[in-house]
Write a protein that binds this ligand. Sequence first.
Ligand SMILES: [Zn+2]
Length: 459
Amino acid sequence: MLTPCRADFRLIAFCCALLPALLPGASAAESTCAYDIGVADAEASRLDMIVRCSDPSLLDTLSPRDDAATSYIERIAAPAGQAAFRLDLSGFAAASQSRDGALRIGGSLLVTPSAIIPAPRDGDVDLAFTITGGDAALSLPRGIDGAYHLSAGRLWDAGEWVFGKFRRIGVDAMPDLSVVQLDAHLELSPDDLGRWIGDVAASNARFWGMAPVDPTLLVLMPEAGSGGLSGGRVMAAGGATILLRIGERARLPDLYEEWVLVHEFLHLGSPLVRDTGIWFNEGIATYFEPIIRARAGWKTEEAVWLEWIDWMPRGVIDLAPPGLAQARRPYWGGALFLLLADIELRRQSDGRRGIEDCLRAILRQGGNIAIRWSTEAVLAACDREEGDAGVLSGLAARYLHHGAQLDLDALWRDLGIRKTDSGGIVFDDAAPLADARRAIVWGGAGRHWAPIGAYRATP
Ligand SMILES: [Zn+2]
């Protein structure tokens, strides 16, 4: 079942337009600040931080990027060449009660690191974190020194950290994925949760041809009194963290019907593009989510096209003047742009190649969600990969910065798709774009995908 509104899902990247693009090969930080973070007790009511910097003058510039925590952080006496801080984490969480600051759920504490880490104000400083005294879950890569590493310039993008009491859920065959359940009740067993998450992760890795980001952390945030999935978001800097709000009464079959986690996993495989808005990233996740579920056996081909007939009209508005780059929440505008690209690429290649092939090529070049690319770079990379016919740049010239009207009814007719009065769908294989249509959901005409897991959609 489709959740009626997709506008509440966010791919978080604060101030992206203000930050320089971090392209593959960007220079490494020259200065380092090392943080020893001590967790005071089993519920992580307090954190003690000792900081040493290779440039001692940086110690005088340390402060959290978000001022909200300042009154809960006390700077205490420290030996020469060090700075020491004491954070009343329980107090801050009680005041904040926000995923963007800190939040306590049972014995778990969910913290956004930019809110609490006193970091240097300027410069591209490597932050190295060592955590002792209690359990913690975070998605940053670890260096040979065993510490977690993050560039100070990416602190705003870093995913949430979990302290205190939480449950780790094993996902077989996905060693690069960690899953934790915050300390609240879910009716689903850890085994069932692990199986479903493993199936979603496997369907995503199969689509991309690889697991997109290592490490990846999935945080399950139970919500009392509800079922299903009520929201998700991804944050990535070095590794990626998916935060998923899941109702305590969620049932296993319902979760395979949900789009949210498939959508969030899809975000992992593309570079973060923000210089023309969110259309590229949200378009990929919106467009390919039903396709991935069809290939996994969780959605029928007919249901994919029915969903698009119902929802793509929202994208027509996004593509109209003043253009996709100006649209406020162009989830479906981005999806429609990719559908148009897919149709044209399939048409030119007799169905053999589509927009997914160029997206995979970008990922193979290192373009995952932990990296920023410009719109120009992704369009050029796609056009190069697809034989330089200029399909992507041509569509961008038409729809991105100026916008143009699109006759969606005519497009459905050309594809040979008609919704019946009873809510079903009829395909016309004599339509001019019928061959392209047949290639889109399966990634090539007649291509077969082995189902994943035990759930199957009923026609
Ligand atoms: Zn999204």
